[in-house]
Design a protein around this ligand. Structure first.
Ligand code: SF4
Ligand code: SF4
Length: 393
């Protein structure tokens, strides 16, 4: 979105409020400035010079989780998340809560391995006391061996096809076990698997902080890295990465990674879970916002779970409602994140399921934190882990 498109979008708002109906931050705060409509109205006020682009406006704009729930709701066709992204480019310095984080991110982008090694040291020394006093949110143990540690091609004699994996930072550094699960599944299904070293952050958290130029550079690097891959699909385990690559890369750069695919779509299309079986368990499913609202994928994970014998599936109330993670939102707007999340964990508890499945490492982080805080022992699993367990025990 350029400056002209941005101004045009804001000027079309008729203040109808349709976009508020699904806005999680509005429900959590009961505050118009933290609603979809309020945000567009505030940005209109800034454009018309009725409002100064200071801290109040910046807090409202940066409290948006960019969940995409409002994207299709506007009767005059305003793409609210894109309006929010664009506004953050100029408002970022007024968002004082995010200043340190922005600097840390700017430092880390060119040296992610080093940044995560430093964070790992910090986590070992200070995480437990900080978490106990409520100053930190839950972060899984940062691995000393990232999933994409080296370039590797896993050859398979009976080649079913060739697949590459786009791991994303959270799988690479926080949940390498999910990447391993996908690798096991693909190798068992006779695929040749390529893991490329050199993949960089998809850019989602960077762009969310208003660092548009930096996000653009990352997009170009990933496009360049994957452009000559001859594969049936490049599979992603994180719906945020998939959505950004599919929808934002073309808008930002004019190019994309053409055969990027979310694993739900792949598992469903190629019937990966058909005929699998596991010992009797009760499962429920949480829809990640960027998978359901962003990519429109909701039936596929349920159908994949239905393919596995032994799983009793219980639909939770509000499965499509946000869990309250939202990347840096969960740290900068912790109270709101927990209000949204507590509702989610109550819905999960009400199903009496022993396992909540989802398809997003970010949602897993939030659900693991919520379950600790609620004192419930429900398992949290990624869909790839469920299929791997059903396949390999
Ligand atoms: S993207 Fe989500 S949090 Fe942001 S305004 Fe829209 S519905 Fe609200
Ligand atoms: S739905 Fe569209 S027109 Fe209505 S308040 Fe929201 S942004 Fe404005």
């Amino acid at each position: 979105m350029n400056e002209r498109q941005y101004r045009n979008a804001i000027s079309r708002c008729v203040r109808c409020g349709a976009c508020k109906s699904l806005c999680p931050t509005y429900f959590a705060s009961a505050n118009e400035t933290m609603s979809a409509r309020g945000r567009v109205a505030m940005l209109g006020g800034v454009e018309e010079k009725h409002l100064s682009p200071g801290k109040g406006v910046a807090d409202g704009i940066f409290s948006c989780m960019l969940c995409e729930a409002c994207k299709e709701s506007c009767p005059v066709g305003i793409n609210i998340p894109e309006v929010i992204y664009h506004s953050r480019i100029n408002l970022k310095k007024s968002f004082s809560k995010g200043n340190m984080l922005r600097r840390a991110v700017q430092f880390s982008i060119p040296r992610m391995d080093t940044a995560f090694t430093v964070l790992r040291g910090f986590q070992k020394l200070f995480y437990t006391p900080f978490y106990r006093t409520g100053k930190l949110r839950h972060i899984p143990a940062i691995t000393s061996v990232p999933f994409k540690n080296s370039f590797q091609v896993y050859k398979n004699k009976k080649r079913a096809g060739r697949i590459a994996i786009f791991a994303g930072c959270s799988v690479n550094y926080l949940y390498p076990r999910i990447g391993e699960a996908l690798l096991n599944i693909l190798l068992t299904k006779q695929y040749e698997v390529v893991i490329l070293k050199g993949e960089v952050c998809c850019g989602a958290p960077i762009r969310a902080l208003g660092l548009e130029d930096e996000a653009l550079k990352l997009a170009k690097k990933n496009i360049e890295l994957f452009k000559n891959m001859r594969t049936e699909a490049i599979l992603s385990l994180c719906p945020t990465c998939t959505m950004v690559i599919k929808q934002q890369y073309p808008a930002l750069t004019g190019k994309s990674i053409p055969n990027i695919m979310d694993i739900n779509e792949f598992f469903f299309k190629y019937e990966i879970a058909k005929g699998l079986e596991m010992t009797k368990r009760v499962f429920t499913y949480h829809d990640p916002c960027h998978l359901s609202y962003g990519l429109g994928i909701t039936d596929e994970p349920r159908k994949v779970l239905a393919d596995i014998k032994g799983i009793e599936f219980v639909e939770m109330e509000g499965a499509k409602e946000c869990c309250g993670f939202g990347g840096f939102f969960s740290a900068c707007f912790k109270d709101m994140s927990l209000i949204i999340g507590r509702k989610k964990i109550e819905h999960i508890k009400n199903t009496s399921a022993d396992t909540v499945v989802t398809s997003c490492p970010g949602c897993m982080m939030q659900l693991e934190d919520l379950k600790k805080q609620a004192g419930t022992n429900v398992n949290v699993m990624h869909l790839a882990e469920v299929v791997d367990e059903a396949m390999h025990g």
